[in-house]
Ligand binder design. Sequence first.
Ligand code: NDP
Ligand code: OXD
Length: 314
Amino acid sequence: MTLLVAITGWDVDPWVERFRRLLPDRKVVTLGEPFDRRAVDYAVSWKHPVGALDGLPNLEAVFSLGAGVDHIFADPRLPDVPIARVVDSDLTDRMSEYVVMHCLMLLRQQRRYARQQTAAVWQDDKNQSAAADVRVGIMGMGVLGQDAAAKLKMMGFDVAGWSRTRRSVPGVPCFAGSDELAAFLARTDILVVLLPLTAETRGFIAKPIFDGLAKGGVLGGPSLINAGRGGLQVEDDIVAALDSGVLAHAVLDVFNVEPLPPASPLWTHPGITITPHNAAMSDPDAVGRLVVRQIRRLEAGEPLDYVVERSRGY
Ligand code: NDP
Ligand code: OXD
């Protein structure tokens, strides 16, 4: 058996080292070296180059090294084999940490206190809101959205969710589909985006969404946290919404172009917090173990877990 590690944009070495350690009886090869294409039966991918998985006649499955699979579906020459994604508590916990941290930063006005510290200003805010008065709306109530919802609720936030089909989450009002979008937005002070990037969701996080968010919330205006994908958002609309006061703040982990170019005006906008697409990194140990479990399942004649549906794109 040969495992092909097809990665761009990430350091390939830690992955190769993990897979060689976890699969000592197998060959682990990378795109940067000559290898026997007939011998490859599995591939792991993060943004593999177009066509890199074509011409592997014995390929049985492709494993995304992330939870998202848009980077795999971007390849028009993708072979017709099952594609499985990451569902793992290590990655899920990391995403929930990110979402909870940024909701708390917004609730507790941490950016204002950081600015005050820089200017040596001691000024208390006597109107500190309670978490229960802040309505968080999570778009995308899948694995990550549901975990973030549970942890935000634990912190006391008033949480609701929205997804394509209706989900049932204890204590979390769940909205579904375009018919219920307006009602979901109208009760949202902090919009958390954990949607996949698909043909349906591309460019969805734009002016009409911002215009629909709650007015008169305790935070003085609605905020956006996008940790889904950059292609979901219209960046000019985010800037316009911040400049006109429709949005109070935007926390962006993902961008249409990554790395975000140094000349992007997003870097210096006072209403934007930027992180470098690391809301939930894929840990080579945790994800490596998942891929190996998946290979063992296949070889024991069991079905793969977490296979994505090509027709819907996630
Ligand atoms: P899931 O597939 O478990 O959940 C996706 C959710 O989005 C589901 O609730 C789904 O609805 C909903 N959804 C999909 N399409 C639509 C639509 N057109 N309208 C409304 N809702 C829709 O994915 P995960 O929770 O595991 O991950 C979500 C995304 O997070 C990934 O695809 C990836 O892009 C991103 N991500 C980002 C990371 C980062 O570091 N920034 C790290 C990891 C993931 P339904 O419930 O009906 O299926
Ligand atoms: C993922 C990511 O999809 O890191 O897991 O973006």
